[in-house]
Design a protein around this ligand. Structure first.
Ligand code: FAD
Length: 341
């Protein structure tokens, strides 16, 4: 566990209830007996539980902490960009080590006394009438009036030797995050068909030395191939054996036919899955692409459940994760006020 201790508040409330308990149990309507409270306090209740405490989750946590909400953030410590040595294109943190950004963010969120952070995995979630309970891998159960999923996605890297080792260093997902650092160098795209065509036109903005590797028969149309050639982008269909690299920095592609070609950077757009299956199990609708479906202000299709960051959008940047996390806090706090005002 990190951040503030959880059990202080339970003990304080318990002492208060014990001192207030009189020998004759007279209860006003709406009040609960001490034993009822004791039973309830076995499960600690928050206003909001945020599952995932990386860029989106911490941004949501800060907004809700500043709105005086009692918030629990649970994070299992596996942010998507942990493979990359430098994060780019996020103001004030350009070129920073990703874990340093998260460390500073966590320290700033910890300044808000109503926010508690726990390092663990949420393995269960369910709806109990108007509230929700979650269970951790460690067995604890917590309740809240609202849930936020800021759980990100997991990239499914194709199983070609060397590719996973280079992921985030010289095998890249996004030119806006890393294109400037590899501008002008000998670059490849691993892909085929429409996706390779679109990616090829995009990456040609950053380098004139670009080749598309289809790793098998090309499914590009003749028109697409001609257009790529007109922009000096060649298409290579040879099957790839491995990516030869030094400490994750790619040096050459080795083909199954024994030939090789030097390359400094590769772009891929891997398949992905949701990092956490719980939104789907709770009944949240998913998009055709596999994202959690949200409205323009981060509400999912289940009332009381919100989602932000990579789990909801193709716009995959730290800046967007923080932005959608902040929007979640504003929407959620407004919804909680509306319930009681
Ligand atoms: C290799 C790579 C390099 C990148 N480089 C850049 C860059 O330079 N600049 C940029 O702007 N963007 C970059 N990105 C994109 C950026 O990393 C993401 O947009 C950002 O991390 C999304 O933040 P998030 O909070 O939505 O998800 P994540 O950062 O992925 O965090 C999700 C968190 O939820 C936790 N979690 C998941 N399930 C559970 C559960 N059941 N219980 C508890 N916790 C859970 C995970 O452990 C994780 O900590 C990069 C991405 C990758 C893959």
């Amino acid at each position: 566990m990190f951040g503030r201790g959880l059990h202080g508040s339970i003990q304080t409330r318990r002492r208060f209830l014990q001192s207030a308990a009189s020998p004759v149990a007279l209860l006003l309507p709406g009040w609960k007996s001490f034993s009822q409270h004791e039973e309830e306090m076995k499960t600690e209740r928050f206003d909001v539980i945020i599952v995932g405490g990386s860029y989106a989750g911490l941004a949501a946590g800060m907004g809700l902490g500043r709105a005086l909400r009692r918030v629990l953030i649970v994070d299992s410590g596996l942010p998507a960009n942990r493979f990359t040595p430098e994060s780019h294109n996020f103001l004030t943190q350009d070129g920073q080590i990703p874990s340093e950004i998260l460390k500073t963010a966590g320290e700033q969120v910890d300044r808000y006394p109503s926010v508690t952070r726990i390092s663990s995995e949420v393995v269960g979630a369910r709806r109990n009438g108007h509230s929700f309970s979650i269970s951790l891998a460690t067995g604890q159960v917590y309740e809240a009036y609202a849930l936020v999923f800021a759980t990100g996605i997991v990239d499914v890297i194709p199983s070609i030797s060397g590719l996973a080792e280079c992921w985030g260093k010289s095998v890249l997902h996004c030119p806006y995050c890393h294109g400037f650092e590899v501008r002008g160098v000998k670059t490849g795209i691993l892909g085929n068909g429409d996706y390779a065509f679109e990616f090829g036109s995009l990456i040609s903005n950053w380098t004139a030395d670009l080749t598309i590797y289809t790793n098998g028969v090309s499914t590009l149309t003749r028109e697409q191939t001609q257009k790529l050639r007109a922009h000096n982008i060649m298409v290579v269909e040879d099957a790839i054996e491995m990516f030869d690299h030094a400490n994750g920095y790619i040096e050459r592609i080795v083909f199954s036919n024994g030939s090789m070609t030097p390359v400094k950077a590769m772009y891929i757009r891997p398949a992905f899955r949701q990092h956490c299956e719980l939104p789907g199990l709770l009944g949240c609708e998913m998009t055709d692409e596999g994202y959690i479906k949200v409205d323009g202000t981060q509400r999912t299709t289940i009332p009381g459940v919100y989602a932000c960051g990579d789990s909801v959008t193709r716009i995959r940047t730290v800046a967007n994760a923080v932005s959608t996390g902040t929007t979640t806090a504003i929407t959620l706090n407004k919804d909680l006020i509306a319930q009681s005002f």
